[in-house]
Write a protein that binds this ligand. Structure first.
Ligand code: C2E
Ligand code: MG
Ligand code: MG
Length: 400
């Protein structure tokens, strides 16, 4: 049974309305002034409120404002009863959030008509809301199922040893010597072939699988570097750390354990982080970085210039290396603003005692530019793309 609250100070009118509506099958309540009406509305939320405008003390406008500001009654349909159909009075009521108005005296048909049209509208809104709610929960469930499937698929790939670590040389701009290698993961899919990390790292990050995968990459790369160092090649290994990995509470002890297991010196490992990690919780990020630094590991800031790029990060955080993003290196020789930006970054990094690596160096002209402006290290297709371990080893042997 639909509940109607009638707030009207004139007893005769109030009782008349209540009687009429009761006869129509509504569950009715009457209130003789604004304050009582407000209390009745909040304590037993009705389906429609009929309220007189002119009442002593708290008038109809006051009741409406109070109802609309309370989340419990904010959307209850509200019909004003006005003594005269003055435009200004009606406008004021509608602007305050009334849904309809009736001018006294009104007929039974007008009263019942106003109430039923409000109820119909309210039902339609509720139906729409329910549909949307079930659609969105269905969507969330489908999305969760899909993510779960992706995670299973990635876990299976790791178990079947379909992931591989490729290595890209980082070369001293001035001597041409390979100083380090960046470990870059690849997925060798049995049907789809070699899949780039850009295609699966975001899903791995979203599903949390990156923690497992990242640890595997770290382990594999450290083990490989130890093999190369034992063979007489002195170089460092750089490994990317994703935000999820970075936020693992036991990160530094996991890194320490992997170094102990593989026998690699901490100073031979460089962890690459992106700027997005620095913005969320600076204090805890600095603490995590400090734990890693205490192990003796080097930290580099990857993709510099593409993210939040606050220069204050460079002084606040204990970085060793700054990697200028590829987007600043391409076109560097066209006399465009990139040249000025790269020159400024190199100078600033050096004055903060940071080593500078330029990413994505593809041409001799870019290399010459970096040489002229004293960039320390370069990485890019000009020297070599990322290579499988065996091919990287060939490169090391050729340069030995
Ligand atoms: P990144 O860490 O900035 O790695 C450099 C990317 O630039 C690599 O892409 C590399 O192949 C590419 N690159 C290097 N030189 C050149 C060049 O001269 N020209 C062009 N056009 N590209 C060049 P890749 O291997 O596809 O990796 C993409 C991104 O995926 C990486 O960006 C890194 O953010 C992420 N990623 C790769 N491996 C891992 C991993 O093991 N863990 C995590 N968390 N992320 C990884
Ligand atoms: Mg990187
Ligand atoms: Mg990068």
């Amino acid at each position: 049974m639909k509940k109607i609250l009638v707030i009207e100070d004139e007893q005769v009118i109030r009782e008349n309305i209540l009687k009429l509506l009761k006869a129509e099958g509504f569950d009715v309540t009457g209130a003789e002034n604004g304050a009582k009406g407000l209390y009745a509305a909040v304590s037993n939320v009705p389906d429609v409120i009929i309220c007189d405008v002119m009442m002593p003390e708290l008038d109809g406008y006051g009741v409406l404002v109070a109802l609309r500001s309370n989340p419990v009654t904010a959307t209850v349909p509200f019909v004003f009863l006005t003594g005269k159909a003055e435009r200004s009075e009606m406008r004021q009521g509608m602007e305050l959030g009334a849904d309809d108005y009736l001018t006294k005296p009104f007929s039974k048909a007008e009263l019942v008509g106003a109430i039923s049209s409000r109820l119909k509208k309210q039902e339609a809104v509720a139906e729409q809301y329910n549909t949307l709610r079930s659609q969105s929960s269905e969507f969330i469930q489908k999305n969760a199922d899909k993510l779960e499937q992706i995670k299973t698929c990635l876990c299976n790939a790791l178990e079947r040893e379909e992931f591989q670590v490729y290595y890209q040389p980082q070369v001293n701009v001035h001597t041409g010597k390979i100083m380090s290698a960046e470990a870059l993961v690849r997925w060798l899919h049995p049907e789809k072939g070699l899949i780039s990390p850009a295609e699966f790292i975001p899903a791995a990050e979203e599903t949390g699988f990156i923690v497992q995968l990242g640890e595997w990459v770290l382990q594999t790369a450290c083990k490989q570097m130890q093999v190369w160092q034992n063979a007489g090649f002195s170089l460092r290994i750089a490994v990317n750390l994703s935000p999820r990995q970075f936020h693992q509470p036991d990160l530094s002890s996991r890194v320490a354990q992997i170094l102990a297991e593989t026998g690699l010196e901490a100073s031979s490992l460089e962890l690459e982080l992106t700027e997005s990690l620095m913005v969320e919780d600076a204090e805890s990020a600095i603490a995590t970085l400090q734990h890693l630094k205490n192990l003796g590991v080097c930290i580099s800031l990857d993709d510099f210039g593409t993210g939040y790029s606050s220069l204050s990060y460079l002084t606040q955080y204990p970085f060793d290396t700054l990697k200028i993003d590829r987007c600043f290196i391409s076109n560097i020789t066209d006399g465009c603003t990139n040249a000025a930006i790269v020159k400024a970054i190199i100078e600033m990094a050096h004055s903060l005692c940071l080593e500078v690596i330029a990413e994505g160096v593809e041409t001799e002209a870019e290399k010459d530019f970096l040489w002229r402006y004293k960039c320390d290290i370069m990485q890019g297709y000009l020297f070599s793309p990322p290579l499988a371990a065996a091919d990287f080893e060939q490169l090391l042997m050729a340069g030995k």
